[in-house]
Design a protein around this ligand. Structure first.
Ligand code: SAM
Length: 233
């Protein structure tokens, strides 16, 4: 790893109060990404990945819901962001990394092992079809997976009462905000709160959108697999 990347990782460790093993584990994640041309991301160069994956994932720690969570499921985990980043940062947090693509969850499981993480489990499947995960989680996370309304529909059944969806988002257009608010109401989720974050200095328009489960998920949800996307609320 270059001195520049090592210095950036160390600075992120200080910013987020990480201990040394966490910083080392995040360095391993960057090494694995850099070495694997088949990793499911276009951002593999550590000078860029340290910001776009590690710093972006760590920005989740600014949400109290994530700082206080004991259980978290990352829906559509892909290369394990934010799942692996948050699992490294908070070893006491039990993390499930879920994706519909088997190759991706296998990659995440192997990478978690190389990072020395004991608190990551992977699930191959669709969020809306995972009945064993219902009502279990303090937090559902998702980055770059689906519009807000669809994410709320994936998240609501998986959350315990009082749990929260934390979605990594860029700029939300009016349509996504409006449909998100409507979906939240129908699903017993609270009005989505948007929290601006600047994970790296040049980052523009990054935000965490948080919605807390206020009521039991109404009957009829989750709908059939794929329906949330095909016929958004
Ligand atoms: C663009 S990738 C984002 C990956 C990662 N979160 C990141 O930000 O780098 C979206 C991922 O979501 C997964 N996905 C889409 N719909 C899903 C669903 N209903 N349940 C679980 N995973 C899903 C896809 O297979 C894909 O790996």
């Amino acid at each position: 790893m270059s001195d520049r990347v090592a210095a950036r990782l160390a600075a992120l460790g200080t910013e987020h109060g990480l201990d040394e093993p966490a910083v080392v584990a995040l360095g391993v994640l960057l090494d694995v990404l850099a070495a694997d041309e088949h990793a499911a991301t276009t951002v593999r160069d550590p000078t860029e990945a340290v910001d776009r994956h590690v710093a972006d994932g760590l920005s989740g720690l600014t949400a109290p819901e994530i700082r206080e969570a004991r259980t978290l499921v990352d829906v559509g985990t892909g290369i394990g962001v934010p799942a692996l980043v948050l699992a490294a940062a908070r070893p006491e947090l039990q993390v499930v990394a879920m994706d519909t693509v088997r190759r991706k969850v296998e990659w995440v499981a192997a990478t978690a092992e190389r990072m020395g993480l004991q608190n990551v489990r992977t699930v191959h499947g669709r969020a809306e079809a995972w009945s064993a995960g219902r009502h279990r989680f303090d937090v559902v996370t998702a980055r770059a997976v689906a519009p807000l309304g669809v994410l709320l529909e994936y998240a609501a059944p998986l959350l315990r009462p009082g749990g929260a969806l934390v979605a990594w988002k860029g700029q939300l257009d009016d349509d996504e905000s409006r449909t998100g608010r409507g979906a939240a109401k129908q699903l017993g989720m609270g009005e989505p709160r948007s929290q601006r974050v600047t994970p790296w200095p040049e980052a523009r328009e990054r935000r965490l959108v948080v919605s807390v489960k206020e009521r039991p998920t109404p009957k009829g949800f989750p709908r059939k697999p794929g329906e949330a996307r095909r016929r958004p609320l």
